[in-house]
Design a protein. Structure first.
Ligand SMILES: Cc1ncc(COP(=O)(O)O)c(C=O)c1O
Length: 391
């Protein structure tokens, strides 16, 4: 059977590989604890579930979704209120916002709406594995921009060769960062706008962890002067409101790009179930308290992991964002070898840094999205079974 050549470019999805490892160990009767995957284990706040149920009872919500290619105006207005309240960013709901089936979907429609075949598109390395397939699918080529620990895992624009910067048409990046947990600063975002303007590059600023920050201010790219001239921000209800399975998010910013994304969506899907959009309105308007609790939960888990790592010899400056800890592998181990060692010794699964790009080698990623009990069990195993490492 013929399948498209473009699929040959796509490496096995990292998390499929991890899931296979977990299932294989479980089939051997091992009690595996996964700290590899970033998917909240707490349930969605009750008022959001109630809003869904109420809207689902109303037959008016059963046909194709309202304003299908843009999302319900009422949802987009809630997005505008949320950005105003939480980020001091003003958006016009009628033309600067489009609803998404999650931020991952948004990356794909950004590529379809903005990038041409043959284009060069910048992505960070290490980086979220979701961007490259979207770039390949539209016949363009990704170009890796290294992120180094000495630069706080922020791309150094001066290191991007001038010819690459000149020919690139777009740049995908995300802070608070998956996988490194690094956060952007207002100075960095100013430089990003400057870089995009001077090289005529469209920015796809993917910000699904915008609410997950520790001890620093949350930031929207759209709060940077000139940001709307050069790009859009993707955001999502998945991570802040424990709604990964609900599939709802938003793209906001430059109205031409938003229109391009909406056009691509109009010719692909038929929008998001109205009842899910009503639930999204409840999340955006009424769940600020939940964010406080969510940050306490992840803050507590983060502190426990850091304490255990320090006890095992890591001298480690933790990142300030996202629900990940990006930790150097001990001396003598590649990232994959250290993950295998952790699985063998402790039955704990970590994500190997090399799965996020060549510059991810030498690191492993711990995720905070596991229950307190299971995390404590994983850390107890590490303290009991491992002897301190050298670095
Ligand atoms: C950087 C980044 N972008 C996008 C996504 C996908 O998020 P969503 O559930 O909104 O599609 C993830 C999920 O892990 C992510 O880490």
């Amino acid at each position: 059977m013929q399948t498209a050549d473009r699929l040959n470019k796509i490496p096995p999805y990292l998390f499929m590989t991890l899931r296979n490892k977990i299932n294989e160990a479980k089939s051997r009767g091992i009690d595996v604890i996964s700290l590899a995957i970033g998917d909240p284990v707490e349930s969605t706040p009750q008022s959001i579930i109630d809003a869904l149920c109420k809207a689902a009872q109303d037959p008016a919500n059963h046909p194709y979704p309202t304003d299908e290619e843009w999302g319900m105006l009422a949802f987009r207005e809630a997005v505008a209120r949320w950005y105003q309240r939480r980020y001091n960013v003003t958006l016009d709901a009628s033309k600067e916002i489009v609803a998404l089936i999650g931020s991952k979907e948004g990356c794909h429609h950004f590529a379809l709406g903005v990038i041409n075949p043959g284009d060069t598109v910048l992505v960070t390395d290490p980086g979220y594995p979701g961007y490259k397939p979207s770039i390949w699918f539209v016949g363009a080529e990704p170009h890796a921009v290294p992120m180094k620990s000495e630069d706080d895992f922020l791309p150094n624009f001066e290191d991007i060769p001038t010819d690459v910067a000149k020919k690139a048409s777009a740049f995908f990046l995300n802070y608070p960062n998956n996988p490194t947990g690094a956060v952007a600063t207002p100075e960095f975002l100013n430089k990003l706008v400057e870089f995009a303007k001077s090289n005529d590059i469209v920015v796809c600023y993917d910000n699904p962890y915008s609410e997950v920050v520790f001890g620093v201010d949350r930031l929207s790219f759209l709060g940077t002067p000139g940001a709307k001239d050069v790009g859009v921000e993707l955001n999502s209800l998945s991570k802040p409101y424990n709604m990964t399975g609900w599939r709802i998010g938003m793209a906001s910013g430059n109205e031409d790009i938003i229109k391009a994304i909406a056009t691509s969506k109009a010719n692909t899907d038929s929008g998001i179930f109205n009842a899910v959009q009503y639930a999204g309105i409840e999340a955006l308007d009424n769940c600020d308290d939940h964010i406080v609790t969510m940050l306490e939960t992840y803050g507590r888990r983060r502190a426990s992991i850091i304490e255990t790592l320090r006890g095992l010899g890591w001298t480690y400056d933790p990142p300030k964002g996202a629900f990940y800890l990006w930790v150097p592998a001990p001396k003598g181990y590649t990232s994959a070898e250290f993950c295998d060692y952790m699985l063998e010794e402790c039955a704990v699964v970590l994500a190997p840094g090399a799965g996020y790009g060549v510059n991810g080698e030498g690191f492993v990623r711990f995720s905070l999205t596991v229950s307190d009990e299971r995390l404590e069990e994983a850390l107890t195993r590490m303290r009991d079974k491992l002897t301190p490492f050298t670095f």
